[in-house]
Ligand binder design. Structure first.
Ligand code: B12
Ligand code: SF4
Length: 333
């Protein structure tokens, strides 16, 4: 089967994982990438210029030109409307072509996504095996009605759904991500090499959608899974040999919260000089909790360095007028 995966704005590790998995099982994958000029939902938004470039029709044509048997959209909440609009255009031109949505937004709100008639299936949670099963069922003309993680719609428009299968525990058994999908399109994607050392987050911050996974999956199924240091090294070495990698960015929700793993990882530059020498390896503080912890550590480090503290202290002398307590009241402790 030929699957076209569609996404916008940025390199997408979910798409890379799905593509690698489908290809490892003998399917063909094409990428339909929309750079979403002037409205990439993160860095650049310029309304007037955006309206010049934001035409869903050519994108739908591009998807159909790849001659897919199945089209999959990967979306967050913020770019779901982008995907929905393009799915509508595709459906208008090719009503029989199955359109599947996956990613964090369909995982959080599958019923809302399924209420869109242009979308035939939603896959919630981890997508590798679920998408493979769905593609193979569709290819064989079999019913996808009982496939775990998969949502769909009957002929009478009744929406059906299935519980999820367990998490993939052994991340090292997965094929390396298909980064060439993006790198062949634009080599500059490789410069900031995005990777992950884990999947999932063990915490349940109420404001964060990562906590939803604790509700979606069996409570006994620990969401955090870790890749081996050797696998990560193999991945970086593999892509560095083919592309110009300048920085390595770890996009984990929680990075390095396992000390034994971290010790092994810390020894990685010594072990893998060919892969990392002279490279800038950083952990992107995606997670606000991670960022807050980092800030706390910085403050603690600063507190231990009195010279730094002094340089930030207000100049000697009486307090400036505006910083005195107002109304003659006592200063708060
Ligand atoms: C890396 C990352 C980024 C990168 C890359 C984004 C990208 N386009 O991929 C950058 C820095 C660019 C980024 C930007 C933003 N991000 Co971000 N990002 C992440 C992060 C940390 C990791 C995502 C990842 O690569 N996961 C690893 C892959 C393997 O997993 P996955 O993506 O979930 O994919 C699996 C399944 O979801 C499923 N799947 C995914 N796609 C599809 C498609 C189909 C067809 C199927 C069947 C299945 C499927 O199968 C995949 C394999 O199992 C997540 C947090 C997280 N843990 O998910 C936040 C997260 C996705 N980001 C978030 C947000 C809010 C943003 C921004 C909107 C931030 C902003 N503007 O302030 C922008 C959006 C930019 C854009 N246009 O995409 C939120 C999304 C919340 C929501 N409800 O949508 C998250 C969940 C963080 C959070 N906890 O709040 N982000
Ligand atoms: S905010 Fe961070 S620590 Fe909290 S649930 Fe989300 S990803 Fe996990």
């Amino acid at each position: 089967m030929r699957v076209t995966l569609a996404c916008m704005g940025f390199e997408n590790q979910g798409v890379e994982a799905l593509s690698a998995f489908l290809k490892a099982h003998g399917h063909e994958v094409a990428l339909a990438f929309d750079p979403a000029l002037f409205d990439d939902k993160l860095l650049f938004h310029e309304h007037r210029l955006k309206s010049l470039f934001d035409d869903p029709e050519p994108f739908a044509e591009r998807v159909l030109a790849t001659r897919p048997d199945v089209v999959g959209f990967s979306v967050f909440s913020i770019n779901y409307p982008w995907g929905r609009e393009r799915a509508r255009r595709i459906k208008r031109r090719a009503p029989e072509l199955p359109v599947v949505f996956g990613g964090i937004h369909p995982t959080l709100a599958p019923d809302a996504v399924m209420s869109e008639p242009a979308i035939d299936h939603v896959i919630v949670g981890e997508g590798e095996s679920a998408l493979l099963d769905l593609v193979e069922a569709l290819g064989a003309g079999a019913s996808p009605r009982a496939l775990p993680n998969v949502w769909g719609r009957d002929a009478d428009a009744t929406v059906w759904s299935n519980p999820v299968r367990p998490y993939i525990r052994d991340l090292d058994a997965l094929p390396l991500p298909d980064k060439d999908l993006f790198y062949d399109l634009d080599g500059s994607f490789a410069r900031a090499f995005q990777t992950l050392s884990t999947r999932g987050c063990p915490y349940r911050c109420t404001f964060c959608c990562a906590s939803h996974y604790h509700r979606l999956y069996d409570a006994r199924d620990n969401p955090i899974r870790r890749r081996g240091v050797t696998t990560i090294l193999r991945e970086i070495t593999h892509f560095r040999a083919r592309h110009r990698v300048e920085r390595v960015l770890f996009e984990d929700d929680v990075f390095g919260n396992d000390r034994a793993w971290l010790r092994e990882f810390a020894a990685l530059p010594a072990r893998g000089r060919a892969a990392l020498q002279g490279r800038d390896v950083s952990r992107v503080p995606r997670c606000r909790v991670g960022a807050a912890a980092r800030r706390r550590r910085l403050l603690q480090a600063r507190a231990r360095r009195p010279d730094r503290q002094r340089s930030r202290a207000p100049p000697p002398g009486p307090p400036r007028e505006e910083s005195r307590p107002r109304g003659g009241g006592a200063a708060l402790p």
